[in-house]
Design a protein around this ligand. Structure first.
Ligand SMILES: NC(=O)C1=CN([C@@H]2O[C@H](COP(=O)(O)OP(=O)(O)OC[C@H]3O[C@@H](n4cnc5c(N)ncnc54)[C@H](OP(=O)(O)O)[C@@H]3O)[C@@H](O)[C@H]2O)C=CC1
Ligand SMILES: CC(=O)C(=O)O
Ligand SMILES: [Mg+2]
Length: 593
């Protein structure tokens, strides 16, 4: 079912000025634009430019230098940037996204470019004391972008929990910028219609408050009441200016991540990537893992290390799966989960007041037993699956991995160290392989290198359990079908669809996720399933897609039991709507200059 990716014309959005194509500008255009003599005489095609850009990228000494080079390229030649990214996605994704984007955020105020607007307009920086002027800020943005390229997708953070790196304040802007690049690269969103936003609401991180080059407001974060009132003003302004805009909440600290989602999920078209996106992508990998583990789903004992937005989001998604797919009653499904946080296993009688998001999974069956850490929890729970969303580097040490292997001698242990970036990962792929006699079913948040089993020479590829497999197609599906809101069953359909995308080679090799090189193809498939489900649930508002799905039903799935299927006709149409960089300059420059 591999779709041929046929894309929309890159020139479909009119620009005020011809796009910068540098040495690809033809002689006639140089004459018309009075650029004769101002550019080297060679007229190149895009592949020659790409080769030069790739050489320059390769010559950078560090990943941060590569990140800076790519940012510059994006700001000066968008088309070439995306040609380079798409042509080398496996190599470049870890630079524009995790892990390097983490370092870039930490250094954001030091590497911020000196370019002037409009080239420097990466998105919106909204200071707390300016939220009453949100309409003016949006108007300024509008004036800086080409006509007809109003944003349709936005990623918003306040920088309060950037990856596993904590509160980075305004420096967190690198994350919306990076996420939106993946929207474009992975799912063909139009880059000119993607809007990164940072809510510059202060920081509680003294390092930045004291940094003379820090570019955000120098104050501590507001109390909850002020935070929610300020976000309300921003979101109202945004949805008034750009009705139907798709909003991704990203890397808010856990209480605010849950709070914003609860407050807005039924009011506007939004979702939280760390709760729902991570839940969805890990469920997809888990579906594949339990097929290989050798233990039926109902007998899994799942130990989470970390009970924040990501941990709880993932576990809730797994519970839904066990209930819907395996017909396990909810209470019984919930009892298959244990959580360790910074104080040990979460129990109802632990003696502390549990944060609201932890209450659902608190154990009531522990009697007097209170495990104080992962080591104790491991012996008490005897898990079949160990999921790390704790931000604790090397939490899965040799002892933990070896014990997981021993405890699962009759089956393959599922071990997912999902914390980002690499410096926060609970273990590496190599460690997980070595200490489990290569039996592990593995996925990590940040990509690890392949591992060659020394005894056999067999090369194993680690799964990357990262929400980048799902937020781009969710955004694409939302842009096309225009659902009124994002429901849990839509997210569930996305998980099912992603788990269905593995091709026969990936399945034969026992992999849990599709290869990143195929991400455009799999994003199209997942977006098609999303659209089918949005129509099935009566959420879709775009008549074209409603009619198309009605004429091309995919399966007998219902809104309560989504199966992630789609029809070839809808898939073909999704592919036609994916943006791609131009292959030749004539696609970008109007014939009459
Ligand atoms: N792979 C992916 O796609 C994604 C990965 N992530 C990653 O997940 C991680 C967590 O994110 P999020 O849930 O939002 O963050 P939080 O900071 O809210 O959660 C961290 C959790 O880890 C717990 N913890 C801290 N120290 C320990 C310890 N020593 N032992 C056990 N648990 C501990 C914390 O405990 P306590 O509650 O007591 O403070 C908390 O429950 C980040 O690294 C992030 O990058 C997030 C989204 C997607
Ligand atoms: C991947 C991601 O969203 C995170 O680590 O927060
Ligand atoms: Mg995140």
């Amino acid at each position: 079912m591999a779709p041929a990716i046929k894309t929309t014309s890159p020139a479909s959005t009119p620009a005020k000025k011809p796009l910068n194509v540098g040495t690809a500008l033809p002689y006639e255009a140089r004459t018309a634009l009075h650029l004769k003599g101002l550019v080297p005489s060679a007229v190149e095609d895009f592949s020659a430019q790409e080769a030069r850009a790739y050489e320059q990228l390769r010559n950078k000494g560090t990943d941060l230098e590569k990140y800076i080079f790519l940012s510059w390229l994006r700001n000066t030649n968008l088309n070439l940037f995306y040609r380079l990214v798409l042509g080398n996605l496996k190599e470049i994704a870890p630079i524009i996204y995790t892990p390097t984007v983490g370092q870039a955020c930490q250094e954001f105020s030091h590497i911020y470019p000196f370019l002037a607007p409009p080239n420097s307009v990466d998105g919106l920086y909204i200071p707390l004391n300016e939220v009453d002027n949100i309409d003016e800020i949006i108007q300024n943005y509008r004036a800086s972008i080409p006509e007809g390229s109003e944003p349709e997708t936005t990623v918003i953070t306040d920088g309060s929990r950037i990856l596993g790196l904590g509160d980075l304040g305004m420096n967190g802007m690198g994350i919306p910028v990076g996420k939106l690049q993946l929207y474009v690269a992975a799912a063909g969103l139009d880059p000119r219609r993607c809007l990164p936003i940072v809510l510059d609401f202060g920081t509680d991180n003294p390092k930045y408050l004291e940094d003379p080059l820090y570019l955000g407001i120098r104050q501590k974060r507001p109390e909850d009441a002020e935070f929610y009132a300020a976000t309300e003003k921003v979101l109202n302004g945004l949805t008034k200016a750009f009705p139907g805009i798709f909003i991704q909440f990203e890397d808010f600290n856990t209480p605010h991540a849950f709070g914003l989602l609860d407050q807005w999920r039924d009011r506007i078209l939004c979702f939280n990537d760390d709760i729902q996106g991570t839940g969805s992508v890990i469920l997809a990998g888990f579906i594949s893992a339990i097929k290989l583990a050798g233990i039926p789903a109902k007998d899994q004992r799942i130990l989470f290390v970390g009970a924040g937005s990501a941990g709880v989001g993932v576990a809730k998604q797994l519970v839904d799966y066990l209930v819907i797919e395996h017909k396990i009653p909810e209470e019984q499904a919930k009892a298959m989960f244990w959580f360790v946080d910074s104080r040990g296993v979460i129990t109802a009688n632990r003696g502390d007041t549990l944060a609201e998001h932890k209450v659902y999974f608190a154990r009531h069956d522990n009697g007097d037993t209170q495990c104080k850490n992962l080591e104790e929890a491991l012996e008490y729970v005897k898990p079949t699956a160990l999921i790390g969303l704790s931000t604790i580097y090397k939490a899965f040490n040799e002892h933990i991995l070896t014990r997981m292997n021993e405890l699962n001698s009759d089956a393959r242990p599922i071990i997912f160290p999902l914390s980002n970036p690499k410096t926060k990962a609970e273990c590496t792929f190599e460690e997980a392989m070595r200490f489990t006699n290569n039996r592990v079913l593995f996925a990590s948040g940040t990509a690890f290198p392949e591992y060659t089993i020394p005894e056999t020479g067999e090369v194993r590829v680690p799964g990357q359990g990262n929400n980048m497999y799902v937020f781009p197609p969710i955004g694409l599906g939302a842009k096309l079908a225009k659902p009124t809101r994002i429901t849990d069953s839509l997210i569930f359909a996305v998980s099912k669809a992603l788990s269905n995308t593995l091709n026969s080679e990936e399945i034969a090799r026992g992999e849990l996720y599709p290869r990143i090189e195929r991400i455009r193809e799999t994003s199209a498939q997942v977006a098609a399933a999303f659209i089918h489900q949005a129509v099935r649930e009566g959420l879709a508002q775009d008549q074209f897609w409603i009619d198309l799905v009605a004429a091309n039903p995919a399966s007998s799935a219902t809104s309560a039991t989504p199966d992630g299927t789609y029809s070839q006709r809808v898939l073909d149409e999704v592919c036609k709507n994916m943006w791609a960089p131009a292959d030749s300059v004539s696609q970008l420059i109007p014939t009459k200059l």
